[in-house]
Design a protein around this ligand. Sequence first.
Ligand code: HEC
Length: 296
Amino acid sequence: MGVAFLFCASTIGRAQTNDLSGPGMAAIDSGLGGRLFDNWYRELHIGFVPDNETTPEPDGEGGPNGDGTLNNADGKPILNTGHQYRFKNLFGWDLLGNAGIYGRDHQKKPFVLASGPASRRESREVWIQRLSQGQGGIPSYGDVLTGIQIAAIVDFMLAMRDGEIPARGEIWQLSSEAPNGFVLMDGGNAERGLEIYKERCANCHGADGTAILFNDGEQNLGLHARYYGYAVAMKILSGDPSTNMYAQLDDLNREEKVQHLKDLLAALCDRQLFPRGLATDPEVPDGDPRCGAYLR
Ligand code: HEC
């Protein structure tokens, strides 16, 4: 049942592109919840431009107040403090809030909330209610998202919390010494990863990952994996919001997904095979701990 609903939601979300049969697109859009978690307004094209965090007044577009803010549970606007109202920023990619990758011992993002869905076991109903109505620093998303969309986000978060979606502890782990607070875990095979890359990614990202630049030209795929391997794993699993990149490993079972992710990340840690190209961010130096022994 949930499956049929998710399919509907994705039809709504991508009405403009209507690209439901594109390459890499499984019959059921399993990645929707993850993409909404990543960036709901980009995925949905609903005219929401978040309040600019560098100015004191609310000055975005859309949302319940028409100014790019969302409200708290009492109906008062929450200004953007850099979280952009994105779930991944409020909770962190690992759903641990301040104890996780965006928290005090790692990336020290000032806007991350004290805790997140992985901090303690709470029910689906509790989380649906919390995201719909708001609570603490969590805005009332019910003003901008449908019940189906909120359910998709909650299902994604709880699946990750419960280990159904491979993430922290399998692909990467927290490290307070490494830049960006993570290291990739071993067990990946770079040669196999290169073959997987050629089969599944090279079409779009180019033979050496340099065909698509993102983050305003700062990064390409190889560089991104070496800087933010944890986020790359999530993008591969769910897709990139509002692009033609959907969930990429949906034909595989859970164990195969884990191995594919490790292999792909191992391959992307090769600075010769996946060079910096025209990206403007600097290359990671020799000995950078994030890629561990995969760094070439
Ligand atoms: C159908 C084309 C297509 C395929 C296949 C594809 N991608 Fe993408 N990918 C894109 C596009 C387009 C973007 C968005 C670039 C942008 O933000 O403008 C993207 C973005 C990404 C990002 C996100 C970068 C960010 O902004 O955070 C990652 C990571 C990524 N791709 C990895 C992969 C990997 C690994 C594979 C293979 C398993 C893959 N992609 C397969 C087209 C594709």
